[in-house]
Ligand binder design. Sequence first.
Ligand code: FAD
Length: 516
Amino acid sequence: MHPTRWGDPAAAAPLPEGARGLIELAFGLDERAAEPDPEVPPVALAAELLDGLRTIVGVAHVLVDDDTRRRRTRGKSTPDLLRARAGELSDAPDAVVRPDGHDEVAAVLAYAAAHRIAVVPFGGGTCVTGGLAARRDGFAGLVSLDLVRMKRLLAVDEVSMTASLEPGLRGPEAEALLAEHGLTLGHFPQSFEHASIGGFAATRSSGQSSAGYGRFDAMVVGLTAVTPTGDLELGSAPATAAGPDLRQLLLGSEGTLGVITSVTVRVRRLPVEKRYDGWRWPSFAEGTAAMRTLAQAGLLPTVIRLSDETETAINLARPDQIGRSEPGCLMVVGYEDTAEAVAAKHDAVTTVLSGLGGTDLGEEPGRAWVAGRFAAPYLRDSLLDVGVLVETLETATFWSNLDRLYSDVKDALDGELDGAMVLCHISHVYETGASLYFTVAAKAGDDPLPRWQTAKAAASDAIIAAGATITHHHAVGTDHKPWFAEEIGPVGVRVLRAVKAELDPVGVLNPGVLIP
Ligand SMILES: Cc1cc2nc3c(=O)[nH]c(=O)nc-3n(C[C@H](O)[C@H](O)[C@H](O)COP(=O)(O)OP(=O)(O)OC[C@H]3O[C@@H](n4cnc5c(N)ncnc54)[C@H](O)[C@@H]3O)c2cc1C
């Protein structure tokens, strides 16, 4: 992907006319000139160290050209895009190193530790929290460890319903390989088309169908990782009482403790039938209560998402339909399974939702959501092109604290960004609570980055003050570190630092990321 934009240039589209009118009314249009390719700094890693890496992975797989280094710089948060649009790519890697397999990863890490070369594991590059923006001071140089050659389906166990996948497989590639066996992972984050299996594991990702298939970390039954001090092979049974679960140390470790070289996941049979309905609720509070009822009754469908009044009104859940939404709050409820199971779940859920005061809108809103489910990130680029800053943030808490969290975060964002639109939806629910996902749109003006950073800090302070988590699925990276430290407390910080010192004593893996 290009550092200034999301995804596939062929899929990018200009702002739809309806949205353009709405944006002009709200913020005015401030068309920006197309940005030139940002410059990358010269390669700082010594020639003999590059040669050493070439002896491990082959000459063709140590890339130092500007374009490759540009495309492996940072991730895809709005601050990442703004910096790249401003021509700032100062933390580009010196080289992009592409190992093929576990043993080559191990050899690269050993070489990097021996020569103090910082290593940034790179999956799909869709990180939104600075997890690819490692520190390079104190190191001989910094390389991006691109896992793009590690794309094999290693094993399928159709009796146990598990599959072992290499980390470089992108979402669609993994699904295509599993589909040959009639299987699916069911992990569809909005970044699905570009993010990787290793990245999902390293960030504890959660997909749009998490109600039915679970979060990614809940799907992982085993994994293999290379650390600078040796290999870890974890997960030999479906459940165990053999001490603390070390898999959980690697899940969410964001490339700081080891490189995940294979992941064994629980898989399901491909659904035969899919159905997505729309429901309207008079208020966000009533829709939220209905979600809680379903979760606590064990009646969750495969997909369930509820937009608040503002998000419903401008309908970011349906980017092709902005400005045409009904009043109240839109909920999308999706079912994927055998025909019989879909019918049974649909009937049970419909009875509960109708009884709670929801209005059944039929399948049209659900179909529209499915059609646009991966399109919103392209809309962000189109909005930046007309001078509108758009960014998202997310958190989670228990049901009893959800209302407070919702209003505190909204107030914090409103207080810092005059005239901003603050939208929210819930799309990951549990028996005990849910996540809140905020989208913020504001006039970019001349200096959007510091304004956004101030607003994000205020929202993060509000999240921690409300006793919620700093991230439900975007991970910590560099951006959330101060709040993460508050969340886990000083003893938690010491534990993480001790584990880091044990597994990566020289500190070459993603320096400055995650570990406070
Ligand atoms: C538009 C957009 C929509 C998004 N929607 C969602 C969503 O719906 N749900 C969600 O959970 N997230 C979402 N994200 C965030 C992001 O897609 C996830 O964090 C994803 O899991 C990152 O995967 P990746 O392969 O792109 O990882 P990368 O961005 O390449 O890396 C992420 C972190 O993991 C480390 N890493 C990567 N691979 C490995 C490995 N094999 N071993 C060890 N460390 C590794 C990297 O060093 C980095 O710290 C979204 C992001 C964008 C830009």
